[in-house]
Every structure is written in structure tokens, then in C-alpha cells.
Design a binder for this molecule. Structure first.
Ligand SMILES: [Mg+2]
Length: 297
């Protein structure tokens, strides 16, 4: 993994050098000697953290912070102020305008390093929390809960735009026997491999999720049932062509796919569409697997 990037902003060159030396061993340090340049770097390099001097010629640290917090592109970059100002009003203001911490000059190196570490650690935790709320850990596709929320929004959008919307439901054929024959680790690899094939085959606007154990759903905005069938057929073929190598063995597998369309004008959510796709999927399985089946509205 890349080192976290820290932007150091101070109009005194010596201070920048000291911080550079202190932080440089563990982090990628960027530096700016004035506020305007700091804002530019914040935009271009998206640092993970900014250490910001308050007393600088125009714009001073408070102004730089205010402008970064106003801009959606930079508002989430945490800012720690470093300053010789220790009066209560300055400290209060630093927090008010969005600083997350405050270090007084002359700073103690160990204290500074501890605060930087703590902040970066917190950030990483937030990132993981956000990811785990929306994503399936094995495949990195969206999870079912996030899918349910998002598909509702996609359907509302389709209704407003008077567009059609379809979906496909995929299930790995005889997955239990993959697990029984090759073990659960290989089973997981098969699931990940299918997720990758779906991601490669889908279009940018399509929304894919891991719906259950070996079951996946893709919502296809602005797509007719014929278009959905074509995409499903392409994915089915790509899965069939692929073999995965694990622990010296090759595993080939297939998928069955059910295709349906949402009645955008009449249906309030995608539940009925999912049910039709599920029925089509059942037909595909019954018809011998490794097939695409369609269920019209
Ligand atoms: Mg200064």
C-alpha cells in the first residue's frame, strides 16, 4: 500500500524542513510555503492530512481552512493546525472552522507524530466502515442491503426519465458440488471469478450486487428486456469460456441466468421484477442449466 500523503503548510521554510524530516520516514510529505499554493496542492494531490500553520501572509491558515472546507473536493481532508497562537479565541476558532486538532509551537515531535498517526488511523477506520456498509467483502460488489436502497433510487430515476429498466439474476450451476469436490476455498474463488466476469461484462451504468451466496443480480437502467437478454448471454458465454486455476487444479463452471423487465410505470419497487427474474432463472435451471431464460411482464 502507498504511504499516506501529508501536506505541510508553513510560511517559514525552516519549519517546513523540520516537519519534512520528521514525517518523511513514514509518509509522503508535500509542502507549501503559502496558502494559495497549499489550496492548489490539496486539489491536485488529495493529501490524507494537512498540517496547517495559522500565521501566514494572506491567506492565513484560518482562511485556507475555510476555503478547503467550502469545496466539496477538499472538504473531507482533515486539518491539524500548527501554530504559536495559544490564546483561547484562536483555539476556539480553529475548531469552529473545521480543524480537527491543534498543535502548539514549538511542537514536541513525539506528540506531533502521535496525533498524525491517530488521525490517519481514524480515517482508515472510517473508510473501512463506509466500505463494509455497502460492499460484499469477498467480491467487492455491492451488498444486498445497499442494492435494495440503490435499486429503488434507480427505479425512481427511470420513472422520471420515462426510461425502461431490466434486470438479470445469475446463479452458479451446481455450486454445492464445486464446494464438495474442491473445497470451500475453491468455492470462494469461483464466486470471485464470476463477480469479475460480471464486472467486465456489464456496462458502466449497470449496477451489480452479490445478492446471496452464489447468486448475483444486475440492474440495467435504460435497457429493454431484449438488451438485457443480450448482455446476459454475453456473460453466460464468458463464464463458460473461463477456467480458474487453484492449487494445481483447473475448475470450469457455468451459470444460469433469469432475465426480466420492471414495469416502470406501474411497479413501485423492483420486487416483482426480481420475482419474474427468479422464475426465469428456475426455468433456465430446469432447461438443463448454462442457459438464459426470459420472463416478460
Ligand atoms: Mg507562520
Amino acid at each position: 500500500m502507498e504511504n499516506p500523503k501529508i501536506l505541510v503548510v508553513d510560511d517559514t521554510e525552516e519549519n517546513v524542513e523540520i516537519l519534512n524530516e520528521l514525517l518523511g520516514e513514514e509518509y509522503d510529505v508535500l509542502s507549501a510555503l503559502d496558502g494559495e499554493f497549499a489550496i492548489e496542492i490539496a486539489h491536485e494531490d488529495s493529501p490524507n492530512l494537512i498540517l496547517l500553520d495559522i500565521m501566514m501572509p494572506d491567506p492565513d491558515g484560518f482562511e485556507v481552512c475555510r476555503r478547503l472546507k467550502e469545496d466539496p473536493e477538499t472538504e473531507n481532508i482533515p486539518i491539524i493546525f500548527i501554530t504559536a497562537k495559544t490564546d483561547e479565541n484562536s483555539i476556539e476558532k480553529a475548531y469552529e472552522i473545521g480543524g480537527i486538532d491543534y498543535i502548539t509551537k514549538p511542537f514536541k515531535p513525539k506528540e506531533l507524530m502521535a496525533k498524525v498517526k491517530r488521525e490517519l488511523k481514524l480515517q482508515e477506520l472510517y473508510r473501512q466502515l463506509e466500505l463494509s456498509a455497502t460492499t460484499d467483502p469477498l467480491t467487492k460488489l455491492y451488498n444486498r442491503r445497499y442494492f435494495t436502497d440503490t435499486s429503488r433510487q434507480l427505479l425512481n430515476l427511470a420513472r422520471r426519465e420515462k426510461q425502461r429498466m431490466s434486470l438479470i439474476m445469475l446463479d452458479i450451476d451446481k455450486f454445492k458440488s464445486v464446494n464438495d469436490t474442491y473445497g470451500h476455498k475453491a468455492g470462494d474463488e469461483v464466486i470471485v471469478s464470476l463477480a469479475d466476469t460480471i464486472l467486465l461484462g456489464k456496462r458502466k451504468s449497470d449496477f451489480a450486487c452479490r445478492y446471496g451466496g452464489e447468486e448475483f443480480v444486475v440492474v440495467l437502467p435504460d435497457t429493454t428486456i431484449e438488451g438485457a437478454k443480450e448482455l446476459a448471454e454475453k456473460i453466460r458465454e464468458n463464464v463458460e469460456k473461463k477456467t480458474i486455476e487453484t492449487e494445481g487444479r483447473s475448475i470450469a463452471f457455468t451459470v444460469s441466468i433469469g432475465v426480466s423487465e420492471i414495469d416502470v410505470g406501474k411497479e413501485a419497487n423492483i420486487e416483482a421484477g426480481l420475482k419474474r427474474a427468479d422464475e426465469a432463472l428456475y426455468e433456465a435451471k430446469k432447461g438443463g442449466r448454462n442457459k438464459v431464460a426470459v420472463r416478460n411482464i
